[in-house]
Ligand binder design. Sequence first.
Ligand SMILES: Nc1ncnc2c1ncn2[C@@H]1O[C@H](COP(=O)(O)OP(=O)(O)OP(=O)(O)O)[C@@H](O)[C@H]1O
Length: 287
Amino acid sequence: MRWETGRWAGRSADAAALVGWMGAVSSEPVVEMHGVDVVRGQAHLVRGIDWTVGPDQRWVVLGPNGAGKTTLLQLAAAHMHPTRGEVHLLGETLGAVDVFELRPRIGLTSAALAQRIEASERTGDVVLSAGYAVVGRWRERYDVDDLTRAAGLLHQWGVAAMAHRPFGTLSEGERKRVQIARALMTDPELLLLDEPGAGLDLGGREDLVSRLTDLARDRGAPAQVLVTHHVEEIPPGYTHALLLRAGEVVTAGPVDEVLTEQALSHTFGLALQVGRADGRYTARRVA
Ligand SMILES: Nc1ncnc2c1ncn2[C@@H]1O[C@H](COP(=O)(O)OP(=O)(O)OP(=O)(O)O)[C@@H](O)[C@H]1O
């Protein structure tokens, strides 16, 4: 397999400039949802969703447990179809496109995906096998470009030293970074991160936020959507926010305009005091 551009590994200054120029030229939305409902039995998982993600935008999706965040991400990953409404991804329409052709263009990390990785799988293979959208090596063939790209991503995400170790022996923080490297392996146009900070200690979270900040600020990087429960996990460089409560959008737009005390308090159903320093947010209950 081959990739046309080496966005992440060993990119030259000329190539970086070219990618930046191409990003500026292509302003087509990567995600567009209109009036989207997902219904299971009597339950509305999400309702009336209107949402557009541009190619150079970085979105955080915030909301309490059960708000519908994972459902929204599953739609954006082409892993779920809407019950009503329209979902357009990378210029294609869900329901009128072969999702198996669409999915390699979208990088996804989620707890459900992580659970499918065998503990005995070698860490390097976890990243490498993303090119075939499989978990676990079998009889796929990889060329030197594949190996170079996987090695570059393992290095970029600080897990190169563990490439030969079984995935199950890695710490939670290391596993999270390996999953992001895997999600980037196919050079996706859209990167979806479902709670990448879950289960990390303070050091692990800070390390992840700092790496995600670098990725957010990389002009050649894909559009990004990060789901979290915690404003502390929002990497500086994220441009937009969508607040979700009981399956409905509370508000969505530029991050500074959306993350107000009023909107966050309504979203989480408790009075919150919100702080911001050096591009990072904090929130705590009003005493
Ligand atoms: N198949 C289903 N049938 C009925 N209800 C469902 C189904 N799948 C999910 N739900 C419900 O839909 C709601 C939204 O679920 P979703 O996983 O999208 O929320 P979430 O915001 O990601 O939650 P969390 O933060 O806890 O992960 C939840 O109340 C969940 O119980």
